[in-house]
Unconditional design. Structure first.
Length: 389
């Protein structure tokens, strides 16, 4: 029995190590692809940026401002959607309008609740007000660089492209005392060294990506129409993933841009961290079922530690643990620092074992139920769709 348990954990560890090597190849492929020369005159169409907002989130206003400081060769508009004029985000949008009077910035009240997802409901109503053929959707707390629009819209020069999405890092925020909670650090570290590594691995294995990331969803009206419009996503929790998957299934290409954006990671308590991670996990589980089951083998570091224990602390198991740790650190540095330029990774690299153990616990617990908490409301997931409790 002891030998069987040791072999079981050894197999999981070796599988996880193989995944880490694939992740390194995925990073290398992404760098190679974007080192190729690009057209000197990229496409710069007019674009409508849709931002559904609810409440005043940390880091929100600087993100708004970053969208207004674009060095872009064509007109663009910013459309902010709120469910009520009393929403706490309204004064921030009004402040933005006053600060950038030369830009088209509109605040649009979206009173209709068209489906379970309030976010997608707002987006449907915002899209009706948009004036351009190219649509860009991103979350309310996203901060971008000055060449963001140029780099995101450039791939649409190829008519086969139906969506462009972008990698992102999580900027860890301090609490009222100026301290960054460990749970906040763990989520930010996971985004840069785990989640984005998985995106690049999927890109290599599948010859491209077949999903979208909520950090950036740039589409054309034609590709949206091909999937039945945003209305088709009104009950989806993972609307970003579903939009990309459906656009790819409709015959369009989905491109991952060489432009990194930032999202903010709030000062979490343990409960807040757990609920957020569990919502992500269960939405991924329902969107990509078999791939999510296989995700369990990717946690090579915890499996290697369990192999050490199961083997009775045999010397060979420590050697294997050392190799796995080296590969895990290599993935973290190549993805988090090499691709995302995230200096937080260097600061929090020592937290990698704790991060991976927490991620494994979330993965395992995600199979124990179907409820998620999103913006203070509880929902049940049923075949990828949300049902309000």
């Amino acid at each position: 029995m002891a030998l069987a348990v040791t072999l079981f954990f050894l197999l999981l560890t070796l599988s996880g190590l193989a995944y880490l090597l694939l992740a390194l190849l995925g990073v290398r492929q992404f760098r190679k692809d974007w080192a190729r020369p690009h057209p000197p005159q990229p496409l710069t169409p007019g674009v409508s940026i849709l931002k559904p907002v609810k409440g005043a989130e940390p880091g929100m206003y600087p993100g708004f401002v970053s969208h207004c400081r674009q060095q872009y060769g064509s007109p663009f508009e910013l459309l902010f959607g709120v469910s009520s004029q009393d929403d706490p985000a309204v004064p921030f949008v009004q402040r933005l309008q006053a600060e950038f009077p030369h830009l088209t910035i509109r605040l649009i009240v979206c009173p209709q609740q068209l489906g379970t997802s309030g976010k997608v409901s707002n987006l449907v109503q915002l899209l009706q007000q948009a004036q351009y053929q190219h649509i860009l959707i991103n979350d309310s707390d996203i901060a971008v660089g000055p060449h963001y629009l140029t780099r995101i819209l450039a791939p649409f020069a190829d008519p086969r492209v139906g969506m462009v999405t972008a990698p992102y890092l999580g900027r860890a925020l301090a609490d009222a005392s100026g301290h960054i909670p460990v749970w906040t650090r763990l989520e930010a570290l996971g985004i840069s060294t785990d989640f984005q590594a998985g995106v690049l691995t999927a890109r290599r294995l599948e010859g491209g990506i077949r999903f979208g990331l909520g950090s950036t969803l740039a589409v054309t009206r034609a590709s949206l129409a091909a999937i039945g419009g945003l209305q088709a996503l009104l009950e989806s929790l993972a609307d970003d993933y579903e939009m990309g998957a459906r656009i790819a299934a409709a015959g369009y290409r989905v491109e991952l841009a060489n432009e990194v954006v930032e999202t903010t990671v709030p000062a979490y308590t343990l409960r807040g961290f757990w609920e957020h991670q569990l919502r992500w996990a269960r939405s991924t589980r329902d969107s990509r079922r078999w791939g999510y089951v296989g995700l369990g083998i990717t946690y090579a570091l915890p499996w290697a530690a369990m192999t050490v224990i199961a083997s009775g602390f045999a010397m060979w198991s420590f050697s294997l643990l050392s190799v796995v740790l080296l590969a895990r650190v290599a993935v973290a540095l190549n993805t988090g620092v090499g691709i995302l330029r995230d200096g937080q990774v260097l600061r929090d690299l020592w937290l990698l074992p704790l991060r991976d153990c927490a991620a494994l616990a979330v993965w395992a617990w995600s199979f124990a139920g179907d409820t998620v908490v999103w913006r203070g409301e509880r929902f049940r997931l049923k075949n990828g769709r949300m049902v309000r409790l």
